[in-house]
Design a protein. Sequence first.
Length: 734
Amino acid sequence: MVPAILCLPLYLAAAPAIAAQGAPQPGTSHVEMLFIVQIVLLILVGRLFGEAMERLGQPAVVGQLLAGLILGPSLFGWLWPQAHALIFPAIAEQKSMINAVSQLGILLLLLLTGMETDLNLARKVGSKSIAITVAGVAVPFACGFMLGQFLPIAMLPHPEHRLVASLFLGTALSISSIKIVAMVIREMHFTRRNLGQIIIASAIMEDTAGWIIIAVILGIATAGGIAFASLAKTIIGVALFLGVSFTIGRVLVFRLIRWVNDTFKSEYAVVSAIVVVMGLMAVITDLLGVHTVLGAFVAGVLVGQSPILTEQIEQQVRGLIVALFAPVFFGLSGLSADLTILKDPTLAALTFGLVMLASVGKFVGAFAGARISGLSSREGLAVGCGMNARGATEVIVATIGLSMGALTQNLFTMIVTMAILTTMAMPPMLRWALARLPVEKEEEQRLAKEDLDSKGFVSQFERLLVSVDGSSNGAFATHIAGFVAGQRGMPLTVLELKKNTDQSAVDFERVVKTAARNASESAETEKGEDKPRKVDITLLETETPQDAVSDEARKGYDLMFVGLDPMHDSKGAFSNHLSGAITGFDGPLALVMAGTLSNAAERPGYNMLVPVNGTEASRRGFELALAMAASEHSTITALYVADRATPTTRSTHSAQKAVLADVIALGQRYGHTIRTAVRPEGAPDAAILEEAAKLKADLIVVGASRRVGETLYFGKTVSALLEHWKGAMLVVGA
């Protein structure tokens, strides 16, 4: 890319001489070089202007559109037409190369939009968002449709198809850009505020409804008008596609992503699988007679709901799209617009009218929907301001309309201008409106709870691994893992070590399903949220645990439960058998020992003692204790112990209060009343053992940091507990 950038000035300087040679011929190296120059220019200028816009508090997409306008006939072509014609020649073969990248960019942008679509959020805020969506789409759609009906004939590509142009105008005016809305909401720290969630959910529903509307309109456009048989076929096809996608398709996409992630060893295999899914679903929608954008969008939604779509994989997909395809597509959209048409007073007046109609129509519709749903006038004002950004969505709609011949070049330019102006106006307006809204007491309490979740250990889990044998330790570890996975429907892999011993066989699948079902029934779900999905279980067997764990670890797990026999010796040192079984797994461990606790894997709950001392490790142990405890059957006592024997001072007393206040608040978040005890003096292991005996605890959960060394070691306290405690114990370590 750098050499190409350095060559640009020379290329422009030689423009007259090159132009004199005539147009580039297809198949020559000049055509390929020109294609590279176009890509480099669009990426470079788009990146620079996108960066400038973000520094001014505007979305990067505005900068990319402006970059296209600057490179196009609106400025560059107006100031230096000869050089512009050289770099962006009006030759079909040359334009088809860059257009192919742009068309792929449309699909990938819709894929990313779908991945960012949180349907759970839309369901959570429910009726309020539905009212805002219906009114916020209907009013501006009607305005755009009526404008299309009264446009001069000269503005229409095919006067006999005025209906199609009117439908495209109505759609372009009615849909908000979820990306722009979410950006401002996130920047204002309103993502978890009630109104912020309502605005985002409304934008999600508008986007989703918008692409369905576009699919239907494209069916009408293909038929050349409203043919009821063709329209019915399109609507039924779209309905069947959506129904199958969100039922069978949801499961298939999850299993495909998991299979690729677990089977392929080559780099970015999951990204390839995601692109293939997008392509297949785009082809299906095209075969149904609707545009490929609907398939790409739905594919993104399904991919985004996959429980093992890690942040790393999502960033890989996002990086490809944001760095290459977005600036090329939006830059090319700007290139296709020609603002010099606004020199015509009639076109300038029509453009001004379009912008005003779009803004007023969207504001009135969203405000009315907000008031109908029961929101206050101030909240309705914020909703009306927030839903006015058109951004990428309208540009994509306009590009599709232009490519299909449903819009003229002038209409396309007017819509792009409207998209840029409304997008630039929305952020400051929404910031102003949101700053006027105070936080209610109930909302403040919910935000505090969610703040605890965001800092959590267990709340970040997406996938669990269990390494066990047929011992009581193995059954206990599988039970705990199944219960934790069942609360959020996480996929779980059980790796069973087969041994030539007299160990009784354990039905690990039954253990997991029973525990997961109990967890799902007791899981706390917020209003509007679904119960956790069923846990997807993978059962594997091995006689060489070290190799098997190493192979599994590369697939991406957040925590590994281990339950083997023996786990440690009589002196409290972990066994070589255990050390070998965890080799190759670098993530956090949960080492499970049933001890003398009978039927540990079948108990409905436990009397747990959890030592805490303010360290991150001890907090992780406490979180896992909360996750495995059903509130109606388990009790948890948080015991404050010092790291070492030190006299109590005012500062240590303050630390005790802070640590216990933190665990009490965390317990309340998950519906537990936490008992507390303090033993700040003396050896920590002795204090823990004495308190456990006093409480008649049947399970000690200890969070500890792994020490550096060849053998598995979590410090003196853990070793002493392993040596002297005979009951059940869970060591959580990283």
